[in-house]
Design a protein around this ligand. Structure first.
Ligand SMILES: C[S@@+](CC[C@H](N)C(=O)[O-])C[C@H]1O[C@@H](n2cnc3c(N)ncnc32)[C@H](O)[C@@H]1O
Length: 206
């Protein structure tokens, strides 16, 4: 972890932007947990040093989730455990490990799909698809993740900007037709919410 327990260490340098993207991420479960009064089982995949959990604390949402964080970096998990000993943490590479990941209501993935880190575009798309495939059986309601937007004037080398049409085809063909794209929060990115079909009828009762 080059920059330790900092926003820069998690590739999100601006705090104000980070609060906004975390707020969008939390919206996938916020309404339900607030109205039901029942805590949701949440997996924060690629949790880093648990900055999303810190955001949930600030927003008084932390008591409304049973939080598990998974990360591949042992230092991040150790720091997370020392900050939040009551949370559950697992340190593993989900694409290498066959370990059971647990059952959750919701999964959030912040920042994992924004930098290609030496991968080609094709490899990065495959990485995203493999991560979603591994996580798909592990939740019952919804999964949210963010990527950089393709609708920008400038792209840094190594950044991963997702073509919405490609993403929509991937979701519909492999996972679900029940998805939302948030591209309205003023950052150069988007957040996808993927829902299980059974849960979608609860969100939009007919
Ligand atoms: C950009 S950081 C974001 C951290 C955190 N979600 C946040 O927003 O503050 C991405 C995280 O994903 C983790 N990660 C990358 N590949 C992984 C894998 N295959 N399995 C588990 N974690 C992984 C990295 O170690 C890193 O902590």
């Amino acid at each position: 972890m080059k920059h330790g327990d900092s926003l820069l260490g998690m590739d999100w340098p601006k705090e104000k932007d980070n609060l906004r993207r975390f707020a969008v991420m939390a919206e996938i479960f916020e309404r339900e947990v607030v109205s039901s009064g029942k805590p949701a089982k949440l997996l924060d995949f690629g949790c880093g040093t648990s900055h999303f959990y810190e955001f949930l604390q600030k927003k008084k949402l932390a008591d409304r989730v049973a939080y598990t964080g998974i990360d591949i970096v042992p230092d991040s998990i150790e720091i997370s455990k020392s900050k939040f000993p009551d949370n559950n943490y697992l340190c593993l590479d989900i694409l290498e490990s066959t370990k059971t990941l647990g059952d959750y209501d919701y999964i959030t993935i912040n920042g994992l799909f924004t930098q290609k880190r030496g991968m080609t575009e094709r490899e990065m798309r495959s990485f995203l698809e493999r991560v979603l495939t591994r996580l798909w059986p592990c939740f019952t309601k919804g999964l949210a993740f963010n990527t950089l937007s393709d609708q920008v004037d400038f792209k840094r080398r190594g950044s991963f900007h997702v073509d919405l049409d490609w993403a929509a085809k991937l979701f519909a063909n492999k996972f679900t037709r029940y998805f939302q794209v948030r591209h309205d929060y003023g950052l150069y990115e988007n957040t996808f919410y993927l829902f299980k079909k059974e849960y979608c009828s609860l969100l939009c009762p007919i």
